[in-house]
Design a protein around this ligand. Structure first.
Ligand code: AMP
Ligand code: GLY
Length: 418
C-alpha cells in the first residue's frame, strides 16, 4: 500500500520538502498542515497550526499517517516529536530537549564549549546593568543574542554603546521576546555558509553546502530579512574546510548530544563562518534552513521517504543519501516593502516560457487567482552547469513572474563570481 505522509509547516521550506517526498514512488498521499497555495498543487492542505500538537496528533491518527515530517522549529519546540512518539507515531524531527540546540543560544554555547566545537567566546547575562557594564568594557561591534526563539530577530550587532543599550533594554528590561537571558559574544568576520546534515544519534549524513543572503538588496545592502536567496555549491569553501566542519562541528555536536542524553533525530543545521582562524559556528538550527532547503532538496537523488523514515525509526538508511552534484540557485521574490510593511493580494501570473521550479512561501488563491499573501512570496529555483549559469536562468525566470508588487535580488551567489 502506498504511504501517507504528513508534512508540518507552510513556507518555502515545506514546499521543497513536499516536492522531495512527492518524488518517492512509495508515497501515495501527502498532507500538509497548514501548507500554502503552492503546496496545495502537490499535497492536501489541512488548516491546523504547526504548533497545535494535539490537533496534529488527532489528524495523524484519524488519517493513519505512516510518517510525519516536521519543517519549523516552533513545532519541535512545542514537543511535537515527543508527543507523536509517545503515541506510537513515526515522526522525523528532534524531541523538545534536543531542539534546545536551536531554541536556547546558551544551551548551544554550553555544548560547544564542553565538547570543543569551534565558536566565538561568550558570556551570558540576565541583568541589564551587568550586561551594559560588560559591553562598555569591550571593543565594538558587540554581538548580542537573545537566549530563546525570537523569529530571527534576536541577534543585534551593536556598533556603539548607545545601540547596545537600546538592544539590551529591549531584550532584558522590556522583555520584547519574553523573559530571557542574553548571550554576548566575540565579533567574528568572514563569509557565512550553511551546512545541513541528517542526523540519527551518532550517524551524520551531510547535505551539499549552501549560502543564504540575509540582506534585502543587491550588494548585501538594506535591512536583514528571512533570506533572499540561496545557492550551491560554494567555491570559497575548500574540501578541507568542509571535512573540518563535518568532523569538528556536525559530527562532534551529534556525538555531544548523544552523550548529553538528547540524541538528534532530524536535521542539524550549522550556520558557520569561515574566519581567518578557521571555520566557526555562528548558530545551530534544529531543522531545515529556509531558504537553503529550496536549493538543496531538489538535488536529492535518493528516495526522500526512505531517508526520513530511517531517521524517524532510529535506524541507518539502506544507503547514504545521494546528491546529484548539480549547481543550483534560488531567488526569493518578496513583496515591495518587505521586511517592513507591505501590501497583500497582488495578482501573480507567469509569462510564457517561464521555466523554473517554484516554491511558494506566502501566496494565496483569491477568486481562482494566485495572489501575494506574505513578505516573502515565492522562490524560483534553477540548476545549471555552474552557479553562474544557474543564476542567469533563475534571474530570467524571476523576470517572467508577472506581478506589480514584487522585487528580488539579481546578485544571488555573487561570491561564486559574476
Ligand atoms: P544568528 O541568528 O545567530 O544566525 O545571527 C544572525 C546573524 O548575525 C548571523 O547570520 C551573522 O551574520 C551575525 N552574527 C551572529 N553572531 C555573530 C558573531 N559572533 N560575529 C559576527 N556576526 C555574527
Ligand atoms: N537561512 C537561515 C535559517 O534557516 O535560519
Amino acid at each position: 500500500m502506498g504511504k501517507k505522509v504528513l508534512v508540518v509547516g507552510g513556507g518555502g521550506r515545506c514546499h521543497a520538502i513536499v516536492d522531495a517526498i512527492s518524488r518517492s514512488e512509495q508515497v501515495e498521499k501527502i498532507f500538509c498542515a497548514p501548507g500554502n497555495a503552492g503546496i496545495a498543487a502537490q499535497a492536501t492542505c489541512v488548516p491546523i497550526k504547526d504548533t497545535d500538537v494535539e490537533g496534529l496528533l488527532a489528524f495523524a491518527k484519524s488519517e493513519s499517517i505512516d510518517l510525519t515530517v516536521v519543517g519549523p522549529e516552533s513545532s519541535l519546540a512545542a514537543g511535537i516529536a515527543d508527543v507523536f512518539r509517545a503515541n506510537g507515531l513515526r515522526i522525523f524531527g528532534h524531541c523538545q530537549a534536543a531542539a534546545r540546540i536551536e531554541t536556547s543560544k546558551e544551551f548551544a554555547k554550553e555544548i560547544m564549549l564542553k565538547y570543543g566545537v569551534p565558536t566565538a567566546q561568550y558570556t551570558a547575562f540576565d541583568s541589564y546593568e551587568q550586561a551594559v557594564e560588560f559591553v562598555a568594557g569591550r571593543p565594538f561591534p558587540a554581538v548580542l543574542k537573545y537566549d530563546g526563539l525570537a523569529a530571527g530577530k534576536g541577534v543585534v550587532i551593536a556598533q556603539d554603546l548607545d545601540e547596545a543599550k537600546e538592544a539590551l533594554k529591549d531584550m532584558l528590561l522590556d522583555d520584547r521576546f519574553g523573559k530571557g537571558r542574553v548571550v554576548i559574544e566575540d565579533y567574528l568576520e568572514g563569509p557565512e555558509f550553511s551546512f545541513m546534515c541528517f542526523v540519527n544519534g551518532h550517524d551524520v549524513y551531510p547535505m551539499p553546502l549552501a549560502q543564504d543572503h540575509k540582506r534585502a538588496f543587491d550588494g548585501d545592502k538594506g535591512p536583514n530579512t528571512g533570506g533572499m536567496g540561496a545557492y550551491s555549491p560554494l567555491p570559497f569553501i575548500t574540501a578541507e574546510d568542509e571535512a573540518f566542519a563535518l568532523e569538528n562541528v556536525l559530527q562532534r555536536t551529534a556525538d555531544a548530544m548523544v552523550a548529553e542524553g538528547k540524541p538528534l533525530t532530524g536535521v542539524l543545521y550549522g550556520g558557520l563562518m569561515k574566519t581567518a582562524q578557521g571555520v566557526k559556528v555562528i548558530e545551530f538550527n534544529c531543522r531545515f534552513g529556509d531558504p537553503e532547503t529550496a536549493a538543496i532538496l531538489p538535488l536529492l537523488e535518493s528516495d526522500a521517504y526512505d531517508i526520513f523514515s530511517a531517521i524517524a525509526d532510529g535506524v541507518k538508511p539502506a544507503s547514504a543519501p545521494k546528491w546529484s552534484g548539480e549547481s543550483i540557485l534560488g531567488i526569493v521574490l518578496a513583496s515591495k516593502g518587505y521586511p517592513g510593511s507591505y501590501a497583500k493580494g497582488a495578482e501573480i501570473k507567469f509569462a510564457e516560457g517561464f521555466d523554473a521550479r517554484v516554491y511558494h512561501m506566502g501566496t494565496a488563491m483569491k477568486d481562482g487567482q494566485l495572489v501575494t499573501s506574505g513578505g516573502r512570496v515565492m522562490m524560483v529555483v534553477c540548476t545549471g552547469k555552474d552557479v553562474i549559469e544557474a543564476r542567469a536562468k533563475a534571474n530570467a525566470a524571476a523576470d517572467k513572474v508577472l506581478c506589480d508588487n514584487l522585487f528580488h535580488r539579481k546578485d544571488i551567489g555573487w561570491q561564486a563570481g559574476k
